[in-house]
Design a protein around this ligand. Structure first.
Ligand SMILES: [Zn+2]
Length: 474
């Protein structure tokens, strides 16, 4: 019963922060939850989401979403807002923001967009909700009893994101369902998020005309969905008034020719190749190439290569990839797929050669770092994997993927203390403090570390235990 655990956690977490009198009622934009509380609420919900099968842990897609998110937020009125974007594997058209700066985007929505500006207009709107702390304000305005409201809010937010969660929420009780209906943003909040989203989009140099165009397309697409109101409409009432407002605003700024984003076209083509059945994907890419119906020809060849790889047609996949390479700007994603094709053929040495060359060129592209480490591990070269991972951890100490790979490498080297210490860091970054403490306890008892390693484990254990005690007090 993960959800009831969440409720319990929130009941434990919330009241004492209130007893400290943190947020004052009537503050400019945060009537109720403090930024710290928003963060804690968001983290609790994220623990649930990451454990859900629909959480799409696809490094290239998440890397792309976060780059676009960073580009937008750094041009916004509040560039220091912390953000984490992630994909949800779900055909339903939806995007949602959570307290604390988390933004989830359904694959169904990404596939409906036709340009980077269209996708960015949805993200920028969600950032508007985050920057204005709309959920925190709603909690304040509705004057629910504090402990209940946060717990039901957490469940309701989860329920709003997918049908399976909605049924789970229904089991918890009618209160969550009631809260869910109260979670619809008001007309004022929607208009505010639109206005801020528009400014953000414009400041980031993207096409503001994409905003009304895409919201209109989304409205049409959603109308054809059968059954109950889809999540996006439920949580963001989309009215003609809003679309008209967006159009007026878009007409008030000079026309701007925004170049086609190769990153977007490639990531979307790859997603299509992965989400459709391989047969459909191959047919669709082939016919759009034949009919010359595309925005980026290079992306069509790239998507076709990915689809062909799924049916193990590696020779043709390689041909399509080299077609794509000829037409495109240099792109680490092409190298990633080039390696995957070789790996599919069982040519591990060639895969490693491709990745090593690519890493020299794109040392900061982490999906390539993960892929290379995995191939090293597959090829029984844990020392090589470790060298690569430890080097990148210096720059990205918040990256749980790197810690998970580090733990695997140590496991292959039979270094138990270090393995469990790395696993503990991964759990810690994933918000699983209990799991992190347990891993450090196992590390402590492993009996294979030297004095310094053992002292480091003990020091970290002490730190995390005091964090845990603090959380329990609240
Ligand atoms: Zn909205």
């Amino acid at each position: 019963m993960r959800l009831s655990y969440l409720i319990l956690l929130l009941l434990l977490l919330v009241p004492s922060a209130y007893s400290e009198g943190l947020p004052e009622l009537g503050e400019a934009s945060q009537t109720d939850l403090s930024p710290l509380q928003e963060r804690q609420l968001g983290e609790s919900i994220m623990r649930e989401i990451r454990a859900d099968p629909s959480y799409y842990d696809d490094p290239p897609l998440n890397d792309y979403l976060n780059n676009l998110g960073y580009r937008l937020i750094s041009s916004s009125r509040d560039p220091k807002t912390s953000l984490e974007l992630f994909a949800i594997q779900d055909k339903e058209i939806n995007a949602f923001s959570l307290p604390g700066g988390y933004i989830g985007v359904n694959t169904g929505l990404i596939l409906l967009t036709q340009s980077e500006s269209e996708l960015a207009s949805v993200l920028a709107h969600e950032m508007g909700h985050i920057m204005q702390h709309h959920i925190a304000r709603m909690v304040g305005e509705q004057k629910w009893s504090i402990a209940t409201s946060l717990a039901t809010l957490a469940v309701a937010i989860l329920a709003a994101r997918s049908n399976s969660q909605a049924s789970q929420a229904a089991m918890v009780g009618g209160q969550a369902a009631a809260a869910q209906s109260q979670l619809n943003f008001t007309r004022e909040y929607e208009l505010e998020a639109d206005r801020i989203g528009f400014q953000t989009l414009n400041n980031a140099g993207l096409d503001v005309r994409a905003m009304p165009a895409f919201f209109e397309r989304m409205q049409k697409a959603i109308r054809f969905v059968e059954g109950s109101a889809p999540s996006y409409l439920r949580t963001h009432p989309l009215t003609y008034e809003r679309i008209a407002d967006m159009e007026n605003r878009a007409q008030s700024v000079p026309y701007r020719q925004v170049p086609v984003s190769q990153d977007f076209q490639f990531i979307r083509a790859r997603l299509r190749a992965q989400e459709e059945s391989p047969k459909d994907a191959i047919t669709n890419f082939e016919s759009s190439l034949q009919e010359k119906k595309y925005i980026s020809e290079a992306a069509q060849h790239f998507g076709l290569a990915v689809a062909l790889m799924r049916v193990k047609n590696y020779d043709r996949a390689e041909q399509e990839l080299s077609q794509s390479r000829k037409m495109a700007q240099p792109d680490p994603l092409i190298e990633l797929v080039a390696g995957q094709i070789k790996l599919g053929e069982g040519k591990i040495a060639e895969t490693i050669a491709i990745y090593q060359a690519a890493l020299k060129r794109y040392p900061e592209y982490r999906p390539l770092v993960y892929a290379t480490s995995n191939v090293y591990l597959l090829n029984h070269q844990p020392e090589e994997a470790l060298k690569l991972i430890s080097d990148r951890l210096q720059y990205y100490p918040q990256d749980y993927h790197l810690y998970l790979l580090q733990a695997k490498s140590y496991a292959d080297l039979d270094k138990k203390l270090l393995q469990h210490k790395s696993q503990a860091e991964a759990y810690y970054l994933l918000g699983n403090l209990r799991g992190a403490v347990e891993q450090l306890q196992i590390a402590q008892k492993s009996g294979d570390g030297d004095f310094y390693q053992l002292s480091a484990v003990e020091a970290r254990l002490k730190e995390l235990r005091s964090l845990e005690a603090e959380a329990k007090k609240q």
